[in-house]
Design a protein around this ligand. Structure first.
Ligand code: TRP
Length: 452
């Protein structure tokens, strides 16, 4: 199918574009849908503390390493390792990333489909006057119905593919610059409404008053996995995006800004959701359905709730889109650069193959719920294994690669743009990626799985 012309590689157009696109990848369903329910299942505040700790001490260094590897190699997640470590098995990190893209986008597109249904229901004013119990029942009957969620999932994947096929600069960058600040505004508005609900204190206490007896090795692994998932690290998304970052950009600053935005939005989502959970008597550990039940309850109880629900689900959808694009891009960049496929063919093939996996996830919520492995249906299996196994493992090898395989000078040059910018944190960063991060990830991983 021909050869890829590397002199024609696409790239981001501006520094803010990089941050918007990468924050667009990071901020997604992971923050607004997954964080609250995983925190809810794992005891709340104590989980939050471990989560933030994981972001600062491990997530941020992994993110910077991904950017450095990608920008240094100017290649997709697989090709980057082939180029920087020819003849060595490091490219397997890229293989894992492509596998991860399939697993993540499969269940991600299921949930993104739910978001579209909920946007539709907002527009048709379907939540009005329903109490939390009714909203909970109707979410379950939708989720398990099969055909309707599959239809939304297909539409969502068409949208995702439609943007990816257009390339880097013209699609993602242009829209994320407008949409990400807007998303922040809407969440702040929801937060204000949530904390002024009667009974909100209990929800805030759940999120901010730690009960350390809730901590255990599996909970710590969940927090690490959630940090990785939320930051889009550990599977080559940010290696791929890093390869589109200009040589003059300061990748250390960008990584810090993106991590901060991602963490802030996750916490704000928690603040928007938990007060409502307690105010409306919903169980905080009610799993993946949590936001789809609590948010409509909030909208029912606020002035202009109708408009707010439309706005919110549109933005949730956009947040999902700007993330799913980045996942699909990993596979598409691989197919175009390594296999020489045209962008059109690569996008079509990747999207169809991923969607096929995704439909299994959607059906596992209803008709195929009985099909389980280790007590989890397909959806939960992909959700749990990708976040808690694949991403930490990917992160582990990425820091080993940057810390031990690449030379100190190579990494320092990449991060400081060959000494033209300052990186006072460099020694600390190097120490973390060489020692702290691999040991911490390794221990959390083994203890979390009960191996140690
Ligand atoms: N970070 C996104 C979210 O929070 C999801 C996501 C996008 C992702 N790209 C990723 C997760 C790569 C893991 C790896 O919704």
């Amino acid at each position: 199918m021909g050869q890829f012309d590397f002199s024609k590689r696409d790239s981001f157009g501006s520094k803010f574009g990089v941050i918007a696109a990468a924050a667009g990848s990071a901020v997604g369903l992971g923050n607004i849908w997954r964080f609250p329910y995983v925190a809810g299942e794992n005891g709340g505040a104590a989980f939050l503390i471990i989560y933030v700790l994981a972001i600062v001490s491990i997530g941020l260094p992994v993110m910077l390493s991904e950017f450095a590897i990608g920008r240094m190699a100017q290649r997709n997640a697989f090709g980057a390792f082939k180029k920087l470590a020819p003849g060595k098995p490091w490219y397997l990190i890229g293989v894992m990333g492509i596998l991860g893209a399939f697993m993540i986008l499969a269940f991600y597109s299921t949930v993104a489909g739910w978001t579209m249904e909920y946007l539709f229901q907002s527009i048709t004013n379907n939540f009005q006057g329903k109490d939390a119990a009714t909203l909970s029942t109707s979410f379950d009957s939708f989720r398990t119905s099969g055909s309707s969620p599959v239809m939304w999932q297909l539409i969502f994947m068409v949208l995702t593919a439609g943007i990816v096929v257009a390339g880097i600069k013209n699609g993602i960058e242009k829209y994320t610059k407008i949409l990400m600040p807007l998303l922040l505004l809407i969440i702040v508005a929801l937060v204000v409404r949530a904390v002024t609900l009667p009974g909100s204190a209990e929800g805030l206490a759940f999120l901010f008053a730690p009960d350390f007896s809730k901590l255990s090795a599996p909970v710590i692994l969940e927090a690490l996995g959630q940090a990785f998932f939320s930051m889009s690290i550990g599977m080559g998304v940010l290696i791929t995006y890093g390869s589109y970052i200009g040589k003059k950009d300061n990748i250390g600053n960008s990584a810090a800004a993106i991590s901060a935005a991602d963490t802030l939005i996750a916490i704000l989502s928690g603040v928007a959701i938990f007060p409502a959970v307690f105010a409306f008597g919903i169980e905080p550990n009610s799993g993946p359905g949590l936001v789809f039940i609590t948010l409509p309850s909030i909208f029912n109880n606020m002035p202009a709730g109708y408009f707010f629900s439309i706005l919110f689900f549109s933005l949730l959808l956009i947040a999902a889109l700007t993330s799913s694009i980045s996942v699909l891009e990993v596979v598409v960049a691989y197919c175009t650069e390594q296999l020489g496929w045209s962008r059109k063919v690569a996008t079509a093939v990747a999207a169809v193959a991923i969607t096929a996996t995704g439909v299994l996830c959607t059906l596992s919520q209803g008709p195929w719920d009985q099909l389980t492995l280790f007590g989890m249906n397909i959806f939960d299996l992909l959700d749990w294994t990708s976040a808690n196994l694949l991403l930490p493992l990917g992160g582990f090898f990425i820091v080993l690669f940057a810390g031990w395989f690449l030379s100190r000078k190579q990494v320092k040059d990449e991060i400081t743009n060959s000494g033209t910018t300052k990186a006072v944190f460099f020694e600390a960063y190097l120490f973390i990626i060489r020692f702290i991060a691999p040991i911490a990830i390794g221990l959390v991983f083994l203890f979390g799985l009960g191996v140690l």
